[in-house]
Design a protein. Structure first.
Lengths: 352, 352, 352, 352
């Protein structure tokens, strides 16, 4: 039996997240890169020339010579990954969806639309039912599925198992975010070297909003956001990759620390998600050392697709405190979107 | 009229905080360094040889040749500053206090004893009344006054004005602490370069305990700790100096953001504290930029003796969120202890 | 007797070096800031709004409200400091010189013109005689005096004393340069955090060329460049301020290490330079510790106006090896240009 | 046919380099870890408890429970890797060699003995002939083979191809070395964060001496060191892994830049070395970008076993300048020693 890989395109292929897509898809078992697309400035140039490669290693040799296309929706692909900036994404992603493409977007442009599923496969694969309504109401032959903000990904993956078991009601989330979350050139070294910047525009609002969406449920085809009160404090720190999040969590039913740890450790997504090529063996890895997780030492665990949780302990104010590390450009960006695409294939939304 | 400076000694003069004392006291208007003392390992050597100087600049030339004394309580001084490690401090500080010295300690050894004032002059100068009881009950001719933990200093200086005006009830404090807080050699570069370590032994407990002490009141000669529920998350980040603290605060009476800002800005300690040589013009400097305070850019404000507070905004869970930066080795260590010593002179507990 | 300060303007006042000028001139004994000028984008706005302040502290309150002017040569000043980028400087500095202003430039635009003195006062104050020829030939009522490249400043200040005593013939200079040398936003944090970038455009050529100019002599009103063969390797490292330079130096007459150290230590510029307000007590500070100078610990010595030299030792290939640290935005930029301006006043080229 | 892996032991298994050995040997095709040994302090404890793991990931689960042995030469292995500190290595390595073990040492203890081969397989595999003399003269049934200093590895791998083609005569080597080269805890963060330390004890001497050894030849069973004059400047920089070295090189026969690049690119070790499991496809990877190699982006090329060379350009003083990056704990330490062990197997010095 011959297996034909699904041709995919990367929109915004020259940026920092676009490069992560290129890197992760180079040897993907189901997908093959059929097109690299970017803004006018890059279009028409060989990829190696259009792109200042900022992640380790080099792009695969066969991609270096590939000519970057513009963002017109006529790429030789079935599915497109969007690493576009939000302002560009709004129009371009709609064009691709209207033209029949399945769009797996890492941008925030459509995240908050009620008919666009915002998905982390292990958490809320069932939100994909929104696709039907999306296509119907918008008259698109394709559709958009969104991945959440990188920090929110870490928070939601930590809270979901606990919410399912004990009911999460209140959260204080203080983040220590890596510079790669701001893209390239992104954060000026004069701003962050030996420093902390206690502000990331829009981040706290995204955390507060998207966490409730991801932990929400679908009733009668409509998404009901979870009713969790979240207070977020977002900080940039001089770390290359890996966001660290300190959480104080209040529960409806108060678990012992050991119960919470057990629930985190045991968590698994639906069976068909567990078998996806990019799904980690465990979505949540629990560390028992007193000083872990740490971004530099734990971000790459299970290929950067699991979150690491540690220091689970009681909280004098709410119920429990804990620390989470998530790889912001792998699970929190390109890797998360690819896992979404795999889910779309597994559930028949995309076919070769 | 001739003014005679008060001779002081520095215990633990060769360590990182000891060096800050040496630096700050080199040109002090009231105090002059009469003795440098340290452990057996350093005693008997010239200071420049005993001490690996790790802060900018050099020790004053006249001090470089001074022979380091051991920790016997027979120094030619009236007042001693202790930068000793906690385990050594318990015995040595008692010896000095028993021998008649006024001890301004930066160590945690006596901080939690009910008869030892834990003081930030602008906040709780009235706690000095505990000295009488301390001398009486212990039979010491001298006494010990303690300075709080560096991070707690930043938190308490931020909360005190707000507590006085609106009543602080609940606090979540997440810290991003500089490496200098761990002394020298302290944090290994392999642990912290491009990384976050989400654990500092004992720190969260100190924050939770000392904040309530500092904001407590004296009734009938006994300290009543404030009843504030505090949940602390302590992190080490790759910053040289300056601790950053993200605060969510719940109040008894809910202030508007502008009211809280006005209260922080207007705060002043007692009149006699305002005139002390090391007292900053304002204990709290409020920043209005969206991305301040930052440790590298704000730690040195008003000679590192003020805290900088910014991003005062509402909190979805408690009442207000804000960010504080405190210079951990100046206001949070040596500078704070020197200000305490000045207060002791101003209030007649120490005389030339 | 009343002393009237000389009114000065800063061209390019909103950039990183411009901010250093603003900071250093805030309390200058001879100069007062009469105008802040910058490109069209900033002109017309209050300085605090036009400028993202990136150095520690804040601009003086009275300057924050000052309206930024454009770069037209009609400022109410006698002398102007230029912190303009090279491409803008070529035209604007000429306009100001033609209009009668004394221009102390930190830009490279005119550095290599044979009639423009490139000056470090302690080294080659006599090069100012070129001003006469410059005005004559160009028909300018004002003139331009240039400051050298920041790294070259450190190299030339180290080599000059040795050249005067022993004759420098060959140099290998490998630099480890701070990020502030690239201005703001300058170096992306994704490029430099935990990394080295072994390339700085144009830097090696500047070092090779300007060092020979600075150590050159004036004969019959013409500058004769020194004949020193210099091989430079320029690197960017994750250091905030302070360039470190490793030097292998070959001499005509071979000195012992102690002789070289003595010559470096004893070096002084001409007597009238020694008395200038911004002149350091010693242009060269020699460190004897085995691991100094270091940029973070030594850059601020003597207000950042001296270079620190250490590890003077023999070289297996040439004669001696040594390490120099220079504060790149103080002595190597704004401070150096202000010292040049003071020299112009002291020698009568500029009068109040 | 069944293939039996060769049992190996790691001496000094708990240190930073020891951990690299553990990591690299976990899935080695020829070797299996039969014993972990370390000093008295660690002996008798499970590895996970004895060892503070400082490199990314975790030790393999089956090793975590393994009990650490002491350094007595009775391990169930044929070959031992030594990651011992130099002072301990002198005695312990001799004990193991005398007891019949093949010792692949990363320590400097025996590097300079004339009968101990100091080997980089692609460069001087022929130096292994010294083993015969070593066993004979010392009466050992086993033997020691040494790996060079990490920085020297990068320099020698860059110079060897050029030396073979054009004759290297003079070298100035300025290094920018990663913190991991100093082991754990190693460099204090207070010393290196945002700083450069221009001194590494003993490093410059090692570079100067070992480079000549590695590029030396064997004549009549005796090693003749190469006659290259080397001037080294060693610096520590805030980089995690990967040493950067700036080289000025003088040749006997002057090559064009393109010729030198071609020679570097084409270089290969002996055929039997090319086939070793840990041998990189190319020992030297030449980068053509103007700003490469960089330690963070290039250290991991070809599994960290190749050096990356770039910026090959003419030198005003000698012949050519260039920049090399070598992964100091992979090719420059554990990986290099393992490649030596593979060579010993391939050439019959060690058999299963």
């Amino acid at each position: 039996m011959t297996f034909r890989k699904i041709p995919v395109a990367i929109l915004g292929a020259t940026g920092a997240v676009g490069q992560r897509f290129v890197h992760l898809l180079a040897h993907h078992p189901w997908f093959e890169i059929a097109a690299l697309a970017a803004s006018e400035r890059s279009a028409g140039k060989p990829y190696a020339e259009a792109c200042k490669w900022v992640i380790p290693g080099d792009p695969a040799p066969e991609l270096q010579a590939q000519i970057v296309r513009d963002l017109t929706p006529d790429v030789p692909a079935t599915l497109v990954f969007s690493a576009l900036p939000a302002n560009v994404a709004r129009e371009v992603e709609a064009d691709f969806a209207a033209a029949g493409y399945a769009v797996c977007s890492n941008a925030s442009a459509y995240r908050y639309d009620p008919d666009v599923p915002l998905v982390i496969p292990e958490l809320n694969a069932d939100h994909l039912v929104l696709i039907g309504r999306q296509r119907r109401e918008r008259g698109w032959s394709g559709f958009i599925v969104a991945s959440p903000n990188c920090t929110t990904t870490g928070i939601a993956m930590t809270l979901k198992p606990l919410d399912a078991a004990f009911g999460v009601r209140k959260v204080v989330a203080t983040t220590l975010q890596a510079i790669s979350g701001a893209g390239y050139p992104g954060v000026a070294s004069l701003d962050i070297l030996g420093n902390v910047v206690p502000f990331i525009p829009g981040e706290e609002e995204k955390i507060q909003k998207e966490t409730c969406q991801l932990l929400g449920s679908i009733a009668a085809g409509v998404r009901q956001d979870a009713e969790i009160v979240i207070s977020a404090h977002a900080n940039r720190v001089p770390v290359l990759d890996g966001h660290t999040i300190c959480l104080s969590v209040g529960f409806e039913q108060v678990p012992a620390v050991a119960e919470a740890v057990a629930v985190l450790h045991a968590y698994q997504g639906p069976p068909d998600v567990q078998g996806l090529p990019s799904a980690p063996q465990h979505p949540v890895v629990v560390r028992s050392e007193p000083d872990r997780p740490q971004p530099r030492r734990d971000r790459d665990i299970l290929d950067g697709m699991a979150v690491s949780v540690g220091r689970v302990r009681s909280c004098p104010l709410l119920t429990l405190r804990m620390v989470t590390v998530v790889h912001n450009t792998l699970r929190g960006a390109a890797g998360g979107a690819i896992l979404n695409a795999e889910l779309l294939v597994a559930r028949g939304f995309v076919t070769a």
